[in-house]
Design a protein around this ligand. Structure first.
Ligand code: ATP
Ligand code: MG
Length: 286
């Protein structure tokens, strides 16, 4: 029982689907009926707390939860004493300063002496200090982008991903001040028994992440160009080569990062590779 860990994930919002998907991809089964605030797994020593993302850093710092999945924006803003175990690569967004579209923007000095509305007073305050600008930070908890049009502030600092919300509200992005993605955080004082479970979870998450970065590639190659082709898809240890029924041809199997695959595809074809199949990898243990 002492080895059961508790993880806090967002109840509903832009972090929750990908957080739960990652946990499922780690082979961990659980029920999350709508409206449930707590759940446990049937095949891994883990319990889930479903919370608002604002509360996750605090629950983890206090040890109510051992782990949490939260955006770096909330984590830095809440400034709680927790460890970051892993960047998770989803819920990527940025915090930016924006001003009304029609305004000229000469540079960061624009904000000197102005009012800026935001839900991120700490991140914004730290940034303004760094760039030596004195501005008034007006903290509001939501609908920040309407602040300029109702006369509440001259600029805003808010989350941007595509920029369409800014545009709809007659604003333009002028400075990016912080980049964020989802991270796995941990309480700083975890028992050895729980730590062993955390290590198991990290191992599985690592395998899922590696699998996503790489592809399994199969192709047919004339034997006389095998050397060239093997140099283009080097594989984990080295590629597998199997003879085809047709004389003079081989089937080559290898693992390669998706980026590298696209970089080398033209050369592979030039070298005579045919029938190229690219297959997703579910998990990869190196
Ligand atoms: P809660 O009700 O849990 O407090 P919320 O309204 O504060 O939710 P969401 O809009 O669900 O927050 O966003 C959660 C997190 O997802 C943000 O803090 C940020 O890290 C990330 N995020 C926000 N907007 C986007 C986006 N457009 N694309 C990707 N990630 C985003
Ligand atoms: Mg929130």
């Amino acid at each position: 029982m002492e080895n059961i860990i508790r993880i806090a994930v967002q109840k509903s919002g832009r972090l929750s689907d990908d957080s739960l998907k990652l946990i499922k991809e780690c082979g961990i089964k659980f029920h999350n009926g709508t409206g449930k605030l707590k759940s446990s797994s049937t095949n891994f020593p883990i319990e889930f707390l479903f919370l608002r993302d604002d509360d996750i850093p605090g629950y983890v710092a206090d040890g109510i939860a051992d782990l949490g999945i939260v955006g770096e924006n909330e984590l830095v803003e809440k400034d709680k004493n927790v460890s970051v175990l892993k960047k998770l690569g989803f819920s990527k967004c940025r915090l930016s300063l924006a001003i009304p579209k029609g305004e000229d923007y000469p540079g960061i000095n624009y904000f000197e002496g102005k009012n800026i509305a935001t839900s991120y007073p700490k991140i914004l305050g730290d940034y303004l200090k760094k760039v030596n600008i004195n501005a008034d930070i007006h903290e509001i908890s939501g609908s920040v982008e309407i602040a300029p049009s109702i006369g509440l502030a001259e600029g805003i600092c808010d989350i941007v991903s595509s920029g369409s919300t800014l545009m709809m509200n007659g604003l333009k992005e002028v400075e990016e001040i912080f980049q964020s993605q989802a991270v796995l955080i941990s309480n700083k004082d975890i028992s050895a028994e729980k730590q062993a479970t955390v290590e198991k979870l990290l191992f599985r998450m690592g395998a899922v992440q590696e699998g996503k970065k790489n592809k399994y590639v199969l192709l047919n190659a004339p034997n006389d160009s095998l050397e060239k082709i093997l140099s283009l898809i080097p594989g984990m240890r080295s590629p597998t080569i199997l003879p085809l029924a047709e004389e003079g041809w081989s089937s080559v199997h290898s693992v390669i990062s998706e980026d590298q695959f696209w970089e080398n595809i033209e050369e592979l074809r030039k070298a005579g590779a045919q029938g190229i199949l690219v297959v997703p990898i579910e998990k990869m243990l190196i």
